[in-house]
Design a protein around this ligand. Sequence first.
Ligand SMILES: Nc1nc2c(ncn2[C@@H]2O[C@H](COP(=O)(O)OP(=O)(O)OP(=O)(O)O)[C@@H](O)[C@H]2O)c(=O)[nH]1
Ligand SMILES: [Mg+2]
Length: 450
Amino acid sequence: MVRQREPIVAIGTPLGESAIGVLRLSGGGLWERIEELIVLKGKLKPRYAHLVKLKDQEGQVLDEGILIYYPSPKSYTGEDMVELFLHGNPLLLRKALELFLSRGVRLAEPGEFTKRAFLNGKMDLLQAEAVADLIGARSERALRSAQRQLQGELSAQIGELRERLLELLSFVEADIEFSEEDIPTLSKEQVLSSLRDLQERIELLLTTVRTGEFLRRGINLALVGKPNVGKSSLFNALLGRERAIVTPVPGTTRDFLQESLTLDGVPVNLIDTAGIRRTEDPVEKIGVEKSLHKLQSAHLVLFVVDGHAPLQEEDLRIYELLKGLEHLVVVNKADLGLREEVLELFPEAVKVSALTGEGLEELKEKVLHRLGVYLTDSPQVYLSVRHEHLLKKSQGVLKSVVDELTASEVFPEILMLYLREALGYLEEIIGVVSTEDILGSIFSRFCIGK
Ligand SMILES: Nc1nc2c(ncn2[C@@H]2O[C@H](COP(=O)(O)OP(=O)(O)OP(=O)(O)O)[C@@H](O)[C@H]2O)c(=O)[nH]1
Ligand SMILES: [Mg+2]
């Protein structure tokens, strides 16, 4: 059943000069509130592009544009909605927004339109989350994955797990209720095999989490090393343009630089840092501290050494710092010839030349491989950390049941409780059950107007 909440409004397009700027409104009794501000020829028709004028309180025309009215329940939110397409001037759009606010329409919170769509059953929670992913997608692969989730693919996969669990539960419940009667029940082996099958399916879905998180947020990849080993040169080579300053002078990079690129469709935040060394130069010192700080937020550190020069204590000291972090050793300047001692010390290293581009493809592959990024050419949906958390809880409960069942007999009443708990976690993923807290944390990452 669709419920109409109080009317809200937001500007749905970014605030800058553009051909068109859109205001979105949604809520019960919306039209009555704003009617006086709109000059409309003829009668208001559902889903019809009306050419209208927007008037301010003094009756002055503020702008002319297109208005579309979507009466409940056939709208994005399920409520009465209006979309108003005006000229894309930020001042004008703010003025229009204020006009609606003065009519008692409230400013929407981030994600509030989509939240209402969810609450009105227009989409499940996984689809609502996909809307934010879609808007924030920074690569084609991320975009396609979000689109598939929006189309309900992940919902269907979780839904299937839910169906199976429900089916199992119905057998167990029947067993309890009609234990005296002659109805079909499942043998312990059948229950165990169903549970194991469910566990396997969950396991398979869980393998997509890491890749999913990288697709959503990007991989933080930091280039770290001694001065002059070629970090900035590698940074430029990976980006494919001369972004960072490169000179033969050690200590060229003073601050860290960050740029975006994609590796096989996965967004990457590539970070170039100041070469780490003991220095008295106050500016360089700050740069070095920043480099050390950046290490902590990196998913993977590329430790760069100059393979043509003798290794120095400085290199080894930095390498010590990286021990506890996910890292790859990159031996640079392969075009000049690499020293045996360097290769012996780092037998796993990727050999590259930032100058000629040699080894860069291998480096890119190794980065994805090391981070466990699992990409397929076939359509795929990827789980997020929220889903992972709940799936793991569900998985944990199923595991306890399997363990107990294997070890001894379990009363059907106890089995039922277990299965219900596991089911509850799956339902929380789709949003069959949800609390205000969960919804708050999900929708707060949206932009206003969506
Ligand atoms: N031959 C050769 N020279 C390179 C290569 N990579 C970098 N260089 C040279 O090494 C010098 C230092 O390169 P940068 O990229 O500035 O080194 P960096 O590690 O960023 O140095 P800092 O910013 O000072 O920490 C420059 O003269 C580069 O041209 C390479 O693969 N081959
Ligand atoms: Mg540099």
